[in-house]
Write a protein that binds this ligand. Structure first.
Ligand code: ADP
Ligand code: MG
Length: 704
């Protein structure tokens, strides 16, 4: 149970004074916490982790004669007269003076009552806002602050600037932040005080408060003491959580799973190819772990197209040979179906009972499948999140494989592992290579196998970058390729085509391409019904349609070896990891393949670099390292699209890399001295774990 002291921080934002339910929804858009499932109802803590990216400095207080051409100032003036608008379009003007000149305050459609009260003629006022000039005279349009001389203290001379979202005004955000900071409880110190002193770091609460009250640019630096302190807290919480989970996993007795090899032989005999050395090595790692008495926690990392599925199948078959069930979890319905289709002939050949359960199975058929899962007739079970519903009880799962685990996030992964009764072995697979520097923060609790070599003699994918203005050429080129029998994906980002139509970009492109290539184009996006999606995928697999216009639903794992062309529209909007995943949908067979990255200019500096990296490399590891360099870990891991766990404060790939190493050592020392976290510091560390939402890790500890 989370300590009561933290409860106010994990209450809904609506619990804050002055924040209504409607505003909560706007905040939800801004905060988009990615811990576990998405949250429509952000909590106070989600807001507190939203830290400023800039400052507004109102400390400049020139006299009117010294006003510069622009910039934010605070001026001390007397109100001389009000000049109401003469036409509806003209602004309302309030003329002010000091000894050196005249300054106009400009208001469009102002509430007149308010203005006459706030700026009575003859009164002295401090005005703060952005200076501009009109017909040779200085003015401030819609001042940010108007305060009486005696209220000067209320005028914030330095204000934090926060990233905002549509419909959220800075004042509202700052007000909410002030309310959130006001309910921040005192927290016990969980860091070693020698270390704090040596680093010159403040306490956690005062660090958080000072992050929200930057006084100068240097206060925004990730390496400033307040930020570094909290980053270290976060990294330490992460390391502790991983260490505790790992310990728990190792302690919880696994089972010896030693297959006979019979089913595996039947499967291997049916493979149309030889396993690569990399695949064989990975299979050896996995089988060795399964045979061991300890519970397996292994990550299988392999770039897109490296052949992870078959490795998983062999491991699952080994579990079945030993009399257990094997479970394969996929992040999407589409992928679950595809795995089902891939595995069906092999399971048929080996006489393995194969079942699939997703959100789509309902009613009677679902009940029948659940029954087979429970009584053990289902030996290999493929599914989505639907598998983790309460009434799905496995007979005896020996191995759980989670495909494309980056789609699930660390928290879900840990939760899944806890749910797996009886100490099932866990194999997680990912095609998103993790830069070496970050592996430990993410997978410190796992052993890792790599599939470095790609199977077959895969042709390199030729990647070209083209301006969107060349669309006609692209379509003509596509027409020639299709005439030669090619199949193509055309991916569009999820954006509205225009404000007054609800056609999305992908639907518009589908319509346009259908006019060019009647009867040959299919459409695939996330809002379609499952059966419709299947049908389109099936038609594309069979070549009945030859262009598949899609959103990023094709990003993960879709495997159609005959597809050789990937067109990505608005490629500048995608992140590197995603571009690499998308491109990995082609070049999967023997045929030369190409990827066209269409961009809409002008390109920003980073977008240009991203596209260049894509053109120059098709090695997922190289791309991941470059991505880390371009964006920093917080971004990479935090971005929704990658589904990786978010670092709220820490940037372990760049600014806080050395802190990560320190946190790792610290973690080792802490657990050696106080393995159950029962000392005074241990208790405080539990609070730290809850603060960073590592609840599962705390739950592995005995009560105390
Ligand atoms: P990923 O690692 O991206 O999940 P898949 O498991 O989908 O990759 O495999 C990609 C493609 O490579 C599939 O069409 C699969 O049949 C094929 N493949 C897998 N292993 C081999 C191999 N050893 N030799 C040739 N082709 C293989
Ligand atoms: Mg795969």
């Amino acid at each position: 149970m989370r300590p009561a002291l933290l409860n106010p921080l994990f209450a809904s934002l609506a619990s804050l004074r002055g924040i209504g339910t409607k505003q909560t929804r706007t905040f939800a858009r801004l905060l988009k916490p990615d811990h576990g499932s998405s949250r429509d109802d952000p909590r106070v803590m989600d807001l507190l982790w939203h830290i400023p990216t800039g400052i507004l400095d109102r400390r400049r207080q020139p006299v009117i004669a010294d006003l510069a051409a622009s910039g934010i100032v605070t001026v001390d003036v007397s109100v001389t007269r009000h000049i109401p608008s003469t036409t509806p379009r003209a602004p309302y003007r309030v003329e002010c003076r000091d000894e050196t000149g005249t300054l106009n305050l400009i208001f469009f459609n102002p509430p007149i009552d308010y203005l006459t009260k706030a700026l009575p003629v003859g009164a002295r006022r401090y005005i703060s806002g952005e200076v501009s000039w009109f017909s040779g005279a200085p003015q401030i349009v819609h001042p940010d602050y108007i305060v009486a001389a005696e209220d000067f203290a209320q005028l914030p001379l330095v204000e934090p600037v926060y990233p905002l979202t549509f419909g959220l005004y800075p004042k509202i955000l700052r007000k909410a932040m002030a309310a959130a900071l006001a309910i921040m409880p005192d927290l016990p110190e969980w860091q070693d005080w020698h270390w704090l002193k040596q680093q010159g770091w403040p306490g956690a609460v005062s660090a958080l408060k000072s992050l929200h009250a930057p006084q100068c640019e240097a206060d925004l630096d990730p390496e400033n003491p307040a930020r570094a302190r909290l980053a270290y807290d976060e990294l330490l919480a992460g390391q502790l959580a991983l260490a505790l989970m790992r310990r728990h996993l190792k302690k919880s007795a696994g089972r010896v799973i030693r297959g006979t090899g019979r089913l595996r032989q039947a499967i291997i005999a049916k493979l149309p190819f030889e396993l690569t050395e990399a695949q064989k090595d990975a299979i050896d790692d996995i089988l060795r772990d399964m045979e061991a008495r300890e519970r397996m926690g292994r990550l299988l990392q392999g770039d897109v197209g490296s052949g992870k599925t078959i490795v998983a199948l062999i491991a699952l078959a080994a579990a079945v040979e030993a009399g257990f069930q094997g479970v394969l979890m996929a992040p999407t319905e589409l992928l679950a179906r595809q795995h089902f289709n891939t595995l069906t002939p092999y399971c048929g050949a080996a006489c393995i009972g194969l079942e699939i359960l997703t959100g789509r199975e309902t009613g009677k058929s679902r009940r029948a499948i659940v029954e087979k899962i429970t009584d053990g007739r289902a030996q290999i079970i493929i599914g989505t999140h639907a598998l983790f519903q309460n009434d799905v009880v496995f007979a005896d799962p020996g191995l759980i494989v989670i495909d494309e685990q980056h789609r699930f996030g660390v928290h879900q992964r840990l939760a899944l592992r806890n749910k797996a009764a009886g100490g099932a072995d866990m194999l997680v697979m990912t095609a998103t290579p993790i830069p070496r520097t970050l592996q430990l923060t993410l997978y410190g609790d796992m052993d890792i196998s790599h599939l470095r070599e790609k199977p077959g003699h895969r042709p390199r994918i030729e990647t070209r970058i083209l301006a969107f203005s060349r669309l006609d050429d692209v379509v003509q080129g596509l027409a020639r390729a299709l005439d030669d029998g090619a199949r193509a994906y055309w991916v569009c980002p999820l954006v509205m085509a225009s404000e007054n139509s609800d056609l999305t970009a992908v639907e518009a492109r589908y319509a346009a391409l259908s006019r060019h290539f009647p009867g040959r184009v299919g459409l695939l996006h996330g809002r379609m019904k499952g059966a419709e999606k299947d049908k389109v995928m099936e038609m594309f697999c069979q070549g009945e349609i030859t262009i598949l216009v899609a959103t990023t639903v094709v990003e993960v794992g879709v495997d159609v070896p005959e597809a050789t062309i990937m067109v990505i529209e608005n490629a500048e909007r995608f992140g590197l990891a995603q571009l690499h995943q998308l491109r990995g949908r082609v070049g999967r067979g023997l045929l030369a393949s190409s990827c066209l990255l269409l961009y809409q200019g002008p390109l920003g500096e980073n977008a240009r670099k991203r596209l260049k990296i894509m053109r120059e490399s098709d090695d997922g590891f190289v791309i991941a390292e470059q991505d880390l360099r371009l964006r920093g870990a917080g971004e990479i891991l935090g971005a929704r699209q990658s589904g990786m766990p978010v670092f709220r404060i820490a940037d372990p790939g760049r600014a806080h890399a050395s802190l990560l190493a320190a946190a790792r050592n610290d973690c080792g020392l802490i657990l050696a001295r106080d393995p159950e976290l029962v000392s005074e510091r241990g208790q405080a560390l539990r609070i730290l774990l809850y603060l960073f939402e590592r609840d599962e890790a705390v739950r592995t500890l005995t009560a105390g």
